[in-house]
Design a protein around this ligand. Structure first.
Ligand SMILES: [Zn+2]
Ligand SMILES: [Zn+2]
Length: 170
């Protein structure tokens, strides 16, 4: 008799649209989207990028979090940056390089010097629709990933008339 494997996060088994996978060397299984939600909750911390038990690098958040039908939707996402009560839509891309570009852009936009430090917090919609507060620039990758998914949902008309802009307050 075959043993039924189950997801270490939601405890359900494999389903047609949700196969189980092993993202690292640990002997345990997870659904891709369950892992993505976990990584999003750990945004900016080591657990977003690395398995805390075996140390393996986890799949990128955009791979685990983006619903498959939205992956081929290519639109430029943006983050609404709120600074002194004004709102500026800044185009972004996830990843380390994207974060460096974003920081430079924000500093340029507000006339800050290139070595200026500033504190930010992000408000993001997770793919399941809940709004998360992510604190600190180290959460940029997670915020950018949510913004990319939101932009794709808007492009295919899946936002159900509710337009959410990922936003960042400086
Ligand atoms: Zn699961
Ligand atoms: Zn592991």
């Amino acid at each position: 008799m075959m043993t039924e494997e189950s997801c270490w996060i939601c405890l359900s088994g494999a389903e047609v649209h949700q196969p189980l996978q092993r993202p690292c060397s640990c002997p345990r299984y997870v659904h891709r989207t369950c892992l993505g939600r976990w990584q999003l909750q750990c945004a900016g911390r080591r657990d977003e990028f690395q398995c805390r038990f075996c140390g393996a690098t986890l799949p990128r958040l955009d791979e685990t979090l983006t619903p498959p039908h939205l992956r081929e939707v290519h639109v430029i996402p943006y983050i609404a940056v709120i600074y002194k009560g004004e709102c500026f839509k800044v185009p972004i891309k996830p990843g380390t390089e994207g974060m460096a570009e974003f920081r430079a852009r924000v500093k340029c936009l507000f006339g800050m010097s290139h070595d200026a430090e500033f504190h930010v917090s992000f408000e993001c919609a997770s793919p399941s629709g809940e709004i998360l507060n992510l604190d600190g620039m180290e959460c940029f990758n997670a915020a950018a990933t949510c913004a990319t998914i939101s932009a794709a949902k808007r492009a295919v008309g899946e936002d159900a008339g509710f337009t959410w802009d990922e936003r960042m307050t400086v």
